[in-house]
Design a protein. Structure first.
Length: 600
């Protein structure tokens, strides 16, 4: 049996372990410090860390809005300080704030990020016993709109480029070389202003860039070489194998043009000038076109066909001369003629639908002098053959033109007030009255019409018309779907106008009102500076017919295929024809009075 040693244990109080207690205490302290530190870190999540400065302004602990406010004010103050710009030997002053501004929002964001890259960094910044600093530069940006307005003021310090030029001295091209210019380097200048303002410096230099000419010397020399080739010799001009002329180099030089075209010179012949030079050579080959004509006979309206003409083809001829000028083999240009159509071709004449008479009206000459009859016939000849296309208007004054002795008119008579006085072109109202009644019976819209001053019994009551050059006119419009041809015929006692077209079921009904508002003759006054009736200083009484004045209205209803298309009226007021006291030049006639014009 093995002996087991007996072990005796001593019971009593265990000795304290001081190391353990110390460790626990330290842990508690660290936890407390960490809690405080965490609280401070969390406190500065939306504020700048202590020690953060922007351009010397301490923003530690400030919010974004406070930073934007404080930094914006500080930076604006510094940007307001003038800056000197060195331009060669000159100096100008600029205020940086006019060109640069602070981006307060972006600057505040940068200040808030400073020292807060991570939790550890923020904690270290807060625990640093030395008060670390973080300097943040303000973020400046260029004011583009303001700079765009300012930069042109610097352009005066540059030098404008000079384009190369090429001209002809006789038949020899002469080139003037281009000269480069200089222009301010705006982008570099603006960046320098920004950078200098950041650095707190107040002097900046303006640099320049080369500004090349738009038209270089090379482009001018290329054009000169091309012009020399064009003028290297004469060009023979031919038509249908026949030589019709020759352009010598000196003549070609007068037709050649060297014009800027973008970044080069275009060398070409002046088309209008070339056409003018070629036309005389082709004149004997040219033919004028002939309009289609309307011929009226007993069977109706016949159309005489139009005839095309021949004219120099300016485009083709210019191209042919240019091609011959460029050619190194044959300097001969084949000219061309082109076919030209008249304004009124046969097809256009047929499309007007002028086939038969649709209305005709005749007036009586009455007691007329030979001169008056001559004038009526002459005006009828001016009007004869007039075409009024659909929708077009007819103006008496435009078609007949001025009534002057140079155009064949003789002295007749004109109504002034209640007087009948000598006048070149007398008889014009006979012609206008006849045309008015044609237009009236055709149902056309009457756009302008005026009655005579006093009633003339050989005209239909209320359906007369008076015109004068520079005064009243007779105007009507063709509102039919076809054209109208006006043909005239006359004798010494009658005048007739006939309108030809295509009937369109049109009917005109007219009614004349009773004569109303009768007025008795009274003595009127006229002033005669011409001496035709009353000489200087004289007063002459011209007796009137004694006819009374009155008003009358003519009513018209126009229907087409039974449907009313127009209802209108024509008012006329005729003055009484009493005596007229005519005052000569140098007198003082009582007002109101009419002035007698010169018979020209």
């Amino acid at each position: 049996m093995t002996d087991v040693p007996l072990t005796f244990t001593r019971y009593g109080r265990r000795r304290p372990r001081w190391g353990v207690y110390a460790a626990v205490g330290v842990a508690l302290v660290v936890a407390a410090v960490a809690s405080v530190l965490l609280a401070r870190v969390l406190l500065y999540r939306h504020e700048a860390m202590p020690g953060v400065r922007v351009w010397g302004v301490d923003v530690g602990g400030e919010s974004r809005k406070a930073i934007e406010r404080d930094v914006g004010a500080a930076v604006a103050k510094r940007l307001a300080r003038p800056m000197t710009v060195l331009v060669g030997k000159e100096r100008i002053t600029v205020r940086p704030s006019d060109l640069v501004t602070v981006n307060a929002h972006a600057t505040a964001a940068a200040a808030l990020r400073a020292g807060q890259e991570s939790f550890g960094a923020r904690a270290q910044a807060l625990m640093s016993p030395f008060g670390d600093h973080h300097d943040v530069e303000p973020i400046l940006q260029i004011r583009r709109i303001a700079a765009t307005k300012y930069l042109p003021t610097l352009a005066r310090f540059g030098r404008a480029p000079v384009d190369a030029k090429v001209r002809l001295d006789g038949v020899k091209p002469v080139v003037t070389p281009a000269r480069a210019g200089t222009t301010p380097d705006g982008n570099t200048f603006l960046k320098a202003v920004r950078d200098k303002a950041l650095a707190g410096e107040h002097v900046v230099r303006l640099h320049f860039l080369a500004a090349p000419a738009k038209l270089s010397t090379i482009s001018a020399r290329v054009a000169a070489a091309q012009a020399s080739a064009y003028l290297s010799g004469p060009i023979d001009l031919r038509l249908r194998g026949e030589t019709v002329g020759r352009f010598e180099p000196a003549r070609l030089a007068k037709l050649l043009r060297l014009r800027p075209a973008g970044t080069r010179y275009a060398v070409s012949f002046d088309r209008p000038a070339l056409a003018a030079a070629v036309d005389p050579l082709l004149a004997r080959f040219e033919q004028k076109p002939v309009d289609a004509r309307f011929v009226v006979d007993s069977s109706g309206v016949q159309i005489v066909s139009s005839q095309p003409g021949l004219a120099a083809d300016a485009e083709a001829n210019a191209a042919a001369v240019a091609e011959a000028a460029r050619s190194t083999a044959s300097r001969s240009a084949d000219l061309a003629l082109r076919t030209i159509q008249p304004p009124l071709t046969t097809a256009k004449a047929q499309a007007l639908g002028i086939r038969q008479p649709i209305v005709s009206y005749t007036t009586q000459m009455g007691a007329s002098s030979a001169n008056r009859i001559h004038n009526v016939h002459l005006m009828a000849d001016y009007i004869d053959g007039t075409l009024i296309r659909p929708g077009q208007t007819f103006s008496f004054n435009k078609v007949v033109g001025p009534r002057t002795s140079a155009r064949g008119f003789l002295e007749g008579q004109e109504i002034i007030g209640s007087l009948t006085v000598p006048s070149i072109g007398g008889g014009v109202c006979q012609t206008a009255t006849t045309l008015f009644n044609d237009a009236f019976e055709a149902g056309f819209p009457i756009l302008a019409r005026l009655n005579h001053n006093y009633y003339l019994s050989h005209y239909p009551l209320g359906r007369d018309a008076t015109v004068s050059w520079g005064g009243p006119d007779l105007v009507f419009r063709n509102d039919l779907k076809h054209g109208i041809l006006i043909k005239s015929s006359y004798t010494d006692s009658t005048l007739t106008f006939t309108f030809y077209g295509t009937p369109q079921g049109r009917k005109v009904e007219a009614q004349t009102s009773p004569q109303t508002d009768w007025t008795n003759p009274q003595t009127t006054t006229a002033y005669d500076p011409t001496g035709q009736i009353a000489g200087p200083g004289q007063v002459v009484t011209v007796p009137g017919s004694g006819e009374r004045g009155f008003d009358v209205t003519v009513y018209r209803i126009v229907t087409q295929y039974g449907i009313q298309i127009r209802q209108d009226s024509f008012f006329s007021r005729y003055v009484p024809v009493g005596d007229t006291r005519v005052y000569g030049a140098g007198t003082n006639p009582p007002r109101p009075y009419n002035v007698i014009p010169a018979a020209t």
